[in-house]
Structure formats: C-alpha cells, structure tokens
Write a protein that binds this ligand. Structure first.
Ligand SMILES: Nc1nc2c(ncn2[C@@H]2O[C@H](COP(=O)(O)OP(=O)(O)OP(=O)(O)O)[C@@H](O)[C@H]2O)c(=O)[nH]1
Ligand SMILES: [Mg+2]
Length: 386
C-alpha cells in the first residue's frame, strides 16, 4: 500500500517548523480525530467523505470498503496512514454513536467522556513504565462536534456536552448538512452558535494565526473565521449543470458540492485537520489537555496508583446513592435489633438478680430458723442434764 500524499501545494506537514517536525518524525506521529454529536447528524457520512476525498488508501485492505451507513452503535476506529515527503502520520478516526434519542439524555455522553479520559489514563500509565518503547497512543487531538442544522441555535444538551468536551480536548464545532440551509440562514445560524459558545463560555479550539509568511497568516485567519465549520457529507459523484463531476448532493435546484467553498467549509476543515493545524492540534493536546489531566490525577493519587473512580457517571452515582440508602437502612435495623436484644438481656439479668436476692433472703431466713432451732435444742439438753 502506498500512503497517500495529502499536500500538493506545499503547505502541509512536511513544512512544519524544523524542530517540532523532528520531534514528531522521531516518535512517528499518531494523530486521532474523534466525531461526536446527535444521532443522525451525519458523522459516519463525514468520515466516508473525508476518506474518499483525501485519504484513499486505507491501512488495512480489509477496511478498504466504505463504512456501512446505518446507526452507529459503538465506538468505531478507522485507521489510515498519511504520508507527505517521507513524513508519516498514523491517522485514527473515531466514530461514536449519536446521542439525544431518549427523553432523558442526562448521561448519554458519558461513554465519550470516559473514552477521552481513558486514553489519557492509558498513556499516563504507559509513560510510568520503565520501558517506554512502543507506547500505544490514542489520545484524541481533535474532537469534531456535529450540530444539527436546525436554524435555531444550540440545544441545552449540546451546550452541556460541549462544555464537558471543551475542557478535555480540542473541540471543533461543525454544522452538519449545510445543504439543508440557505446561505443566508446558514450565516445567521453560524453567528447564533458563535454567540452561544461565547455566552456559555464553551472552550473551543483556537490557535495562533500569525506566521512569518503573510499568505499563511491570511489562510489561518480565514480558516479560524469559518468556525463553526459547515459541512456537506457525500461520497456520491454527481454532475453539475456546467458539466463537472463532483462529490456532492444533487437537488432539483442544483448540486450542493462538498469541495466548493461557496457551498460549505469542508475544504477549510480538511485543511485545518490534516494540514495547516495538525501539529498545533497535536502539541496543544500534549501540552494542555494531557498535562491538565496528568496534573489533576497526580494531585489526587499516589504515583503508580490506579484511577480511583471512573468518570462521575450520574447513572452510577444514582446507583451508589440507592445502595448507600439500602445499606444505611440495614445498619439501622440491625442496630435496633441489637438494642432490643440488649434491653432483653438487661431485663433478664435484673429478673435473675431479683430471684437471686429473694432466694438469698429465703436462705438467710432458713439459716436463722436453723440457728434458732439449734439453740433451742442445746438449751433443752442442758435442762435435762440438770
Ligand atoms: N442532506 C444531507 N444529508 C446528509 C448529510 N450527511 C449525512 N446525511 C444523511 O443523514 C443520515 C444520517 O447520516 P449518518 O452519517 O448515518 O449519521 P450519524 O451521525 O453517523 O448517525 P448515528 O450513527 O446514528 O449517530 C443519512 O441518511 C445521510 O445520508 C449532508 O451533508 N446533507
Ligand atoms: Mg454513525
């Protein structure tokens, strides 16, 4: 398998600043992207689109077929290898089951948060081992959060989850199915989402824009200005009115093109992910998110000690509370039983003591009588002698 060349215009990973480039080359970079969001928002389709537009060679030939669409029911990992001028990156894309299907979605996101924490945990444990060769590293460098194109804004569930994600990982908000909104509505929707993100203090990925090259600075700025990125997912080739064949979605009014910057931000997002900001995503994960996790955990436990508790899962907490209640009730009942038993013992002891006393008194009385009889008897004998 020949790894695919991801950059033809010379702005890719081979052009990273030398020092950092070296660090990553030496280690053999692992690069992991995760997708999450509400059920049916287009995550799995996006992966197919990303792979068919840019990463055509899969690492495992058996996985060369497209991802079967349908509801994703468990966390799925697709691997590929990117190469640009002898510079290799092992890419993992993690698809997660959508949430939001239930009346109570309270903890539907906990497997995702747990997954993120577990990757940090696993890396930290491996780092503590004497031999650190062959470390398996699946720490997530970019988490794409798919927002439904409702036109309204962010739902409370989105806000809740994005807050939790943003504090753990480089969070990149995505507006899915951009072809279902008119350009005007899309622009309004984008602004609304930006406002909510700001008002709710949701931490999203942002990176340094400035570069020595003015053109690169401009490109960086335009990429970050596009946040939240709107995307159209499709692996279908369709014909446009002007005779081109493109990846897109055909409608009676025309074609919504995946790689057309007038239609959506797919190209900008792909650029950010696998070219311009890949290194920044990797190093901020290492320096900020992983370091935060490590420091937080090391402050709470001794070196080498395993994680005290899984992520504070509300479901587990409820169970724990219920168990604790049952246990407390059992202890209370046992205590009552013990008190009653103790009381019975005391009463019995008192009764026995009383019995003992009266028997003692009887014995005393009998002894007295015996004494009297004895004296009487002695006296009687004396009088006979005389
Ligand atoms: N119009 C439109 N439809 C899309 C787009 N992307 C995906 N879809 C459709 O949306 C439906 C759900 O897509 P999936 O990719 O399975 O969604 P998902 O987020 O992986 O869903 P879960 O795995 O259940 O969480 C499918 O019918 C797709 O064809 C898009 O960009 N535009
Ligand atoms: Mg899916």
């Amino acid at each position: 398998m020949a790894p695919v060349n991801v950059s033809s215009d010379g702005i890719g990973i081979a052009h990273l600043p030398n020092q950092k480039h070296k660090i990553i080359t030496n280690r053999g970079a692992n690069y992991t992207i995760m997708l999450c969001g509400e059920s049916g928002s287009g995550k799995s389709t996006f992966i197919n689109t990303l792979f068919t537009t840019s990463i055509k060679d899969y690492k495992e030939p058996s996985k060369r077929h497209e991802k079967q669409l349908g509801r994703t029911v468990e966390i799925e990992i697709t691997k590929a290898e990117l190469e640009e001028k002898s510079f290799k990156v092992k890419l993992n894309v993690i698809d997660t089951p959508g949430f939001g299907d239930y009346v109570n979605n309270y903890d539907s996101w906990s497997p995702i948060i747990e997954f993120l924490d577990d990757q940090h945990e696993s890396y930290m444990r491996q780092e503590q081992q004497p031999s650190r060769n062959g470390i398996i590293d699946m720490r997530v460098h970019a988490c794409l959060y798919f927002i439904r194109p409702s036109g309204h804004g962010l739902k409370p569930l989105d806000i809740e989850i994005m807050k939790r994600l943003g504090s753990r990982v480089n969070l990149i908000p995505i507006i899915a199915k951009a072809d279902t909104l008119t350009p005007k509505d899309l622009a309004t929707f984008k602004q609304r989402i930006r406002d909510v993100i700001k008002a709710q203090n949701i931490q999203i990925y942002s990176s340094p824009v400035d570069s020595e090259d003015e053109e690169v600075t401009h490109r960086n700025q335009s990429i970050l200005d596009a946040m939240p990125f709107s995307v159209i997912g499709s692996t279908e080739l369709v014909h446009t009115a002007d005779g081109r064949q493109v990846k897109g979605r055909a409608y009676s009014w025309g074609v919504a093109e995946v790689e057309n910057e007038q239609h959506c931000d797919f190209k900008k997002l792909r650029n950010l992910l696998i070219r311009s900001h890949m290194l920044d995503l990797i190093s901020t994960t290492e320096d900020n998110h992983y370091e935060n996790y490590r420091q937080r955990e090391m402050a709470n436990r001794k070196f080498g000690e395993s994680k005290a508790k899984k992520y504070d899962n509300p479901k587990h907490r409820e169970k724990e509370d219920a168990l604790r209640k049952v246990f407390t009730e059992q202890v209370r009942q046992e205590e009552n039983r013990f008190r009653q038993w103790e009381q019975q013992l005391i009463t019995e002891r008192d009764r026995l003591n009383k019995d003992l006393e009266s028997q003692h008194a009887q014995i005393k009385a009998l002894e007295g009588e015996l004494e009297q009889l004895y004296h009487y008897h002695q006296q009687g004998r004396g009088s006979i002698k005389r």
